[in-house]
Design a binder for this molecule. Structure first.
Ligand code: HSE
Length: 431
């Protein structure tokens, strides 16, 4: 039986999961592939701490060159995360003729172009199923299962930590900071949780999904990104009273000849499938012209779920290596009906808005006067009961308005004497 050698860089949580699966499922995998998938080396800066899986000491090294420069290694699996040194390790391994499996969405979203070009030029592949939605096979589905589809939109709940926080606020009535603390304790969050809660992790994943579905590797600067740190329990509760849940959505959406790529908190109707995606679960709602509306759903983080995706990439590559062929995974074809990216200023949406205002005559008239000046039409208004501070929340839903017009109107309203806090505006999605 042909032996395929794997070198693993990064023996952390997911790395240990990969080792466990390749060991526990060895017989099954060789039956399915006709190959012996063998871990030849594991590299990590820390080779002494106890892991959830034990390995022979002779497999361990601190020196990445033991993998990158070993001609017997066919596939390098990179699971250290972050940009550097992962970028350098992958570039060097490609130059030495290795195929790559990685879960590194931040790296591919920001430096994918150079790495994919390098791989393609050398007849090698970079597979990255675990980078989006952990074990949910969304990448394989987009590149294979849905290959004949033209996509209208992709809407994803792509960050488990943010979704956990928003669900906990909605269901358990926790405040934002209480819920964030819980998420950290449960170990879902990135090392730096601002990547999760400020929307960057979702944006990285969205860039990869947009690449696969619209054939464009957009720059991170071209993605509008707004996180959930300004979402308060009050907004979650008011939205709920109005029949909506707030979710951090990552959206790639065709608007005529334009494509919008954005990440932001969004009110979605409580009866939409995405509204019931709770806790650390991820979901990707795909609208294809042939397959129709599809929902991919599952745990978006977790050791074995992410490792399951890494192993599926390894198996895909081993099949090609066995057949001695190169099937470029990234045979990306640009969707020619998309002519440009639409800037957020030009995008339109319905909005939920909350003002904190003094409770006195004429305030509502002034607010609606400014909105009217910008052609913004109010769909509903609720003024909540008076509080001791004489400040009241005024919650409005508005009909579709251009972002640019809304921002100008809110700036003007914010300068009114009766307005005591910066207004909160959250987009609503007509899904
Ligand atoms: N920190 C990520 C999340 C998990 O919370 O979804 C890995 O992508």
């Amino acid at each position: 039986m042909k032996k395929i050698n794997i070198g693993l860089i990064g023996f952390g949580n997911i790395g240990s999961g990969v080792v466990k699966i390749l060991r526990d499922k060895k017989a099954l995998l060789s039956e399915k592939t006709g190959l012996d998938i063998n871990i030849r080396k594991i590299c990590d800066q820390d080779i002494t701490s106890k892991r959830s899986v034990s390995v022979d000491k002779s497999l361990l090294t601190r020196n990445p060159k033991d993998i990158i420069e070993d001609p017997q290694i066919d596939i390098m699996v990179e699971l250290i995360g972050g940009i550097n040194p992962a970028r350098e390790f992958i570039a060097q391994a490609l130059k030495r003729g290795k195929n790559i499996v990685t879960a590194n969405k931040a790296l591919l979203a920001t430096h994918g172009q150079e790495l994919f070009l390098e791989a393609n030029g050398r007849g090698k592949n970079i597979y990255f199923e675990a980078s989006v939605g952990a074990g949910i096979p969304i990448i394989k589905s987009l590149r294979e299962g849905l290959v004949a589809n033209k996509f209208n939109s992709i809407l994803g709940i792509l960050n488990g930590t943010s979704n956990y926080i928003l669900s906990s606020m909605s269901k358990e009535k926790r405040t934002f900071s209480e819920a964030l603390k819980e998420a950290k304790n449960k170990g879902f969050a990135e090392k730096d949780p601002t990547l999760d809660i400020e929307g960057m992790d979702s944006a990285h994943k969205l860039i990869l999904l947009t690449y696969l579905s619209f054939g464009r590797l957009v720059n991170i600067e071209d993605v509008f990104i707004e996180g959930i740190s300004r979402i308060s329990l009050a907004d979650v509760n008011y939205a709920k009273e109005l029949g909506f849940e707030i979710k951090l959505l990552a959206i790639a959406q065709r608007e005529g000849e334009d494509l919008e790529v954005r990440v932001h908190p969004t009110l979605i109707p409580e009866d939409h499938l995405l509204a019931s995606v709770d806790s650390v679960f991820n979901a990707i709602y795909v609208e294809g012209d042939l397959a129709g509306d599809l929902l991919f759903y599952g745990p978006g983080a977790g050791q074995l779920s992410a490792a399951s995706a890494v192993v599926s990439d390894i198996v895909d590559l081993t099949k090609d290596i066995k057949a001695g062929l190169f099937r470029p995974m990234m045979n990306i074809v640009q969707d020619k009906s998309v002519k440009r990216l639409r800037r957020i200023d030009e995008s339109s949406s319905r909005y939920y808005i909350r003002f904190t205002a003094l409770d006195k005559p004429g305030v509502l008239a002034r607010i609606s006067g400014v909105l009217a000046k910008f052609g913004i039409s109010i769909a509903s208004v609720t003024q909540k009961e008076k509080s001791k501070s004489q400040l009241v929340p005024i919650v409005m839903l508005i009909y579709e308005a251009r972002e640019k017009d809304l921002r100008r109107a809110l700036n003007m309203i914010n300068r009114l004497e009766a307005i005591k806090e910066e207004p909160i505006a959250i987009r609503m999605e007509e899904v």
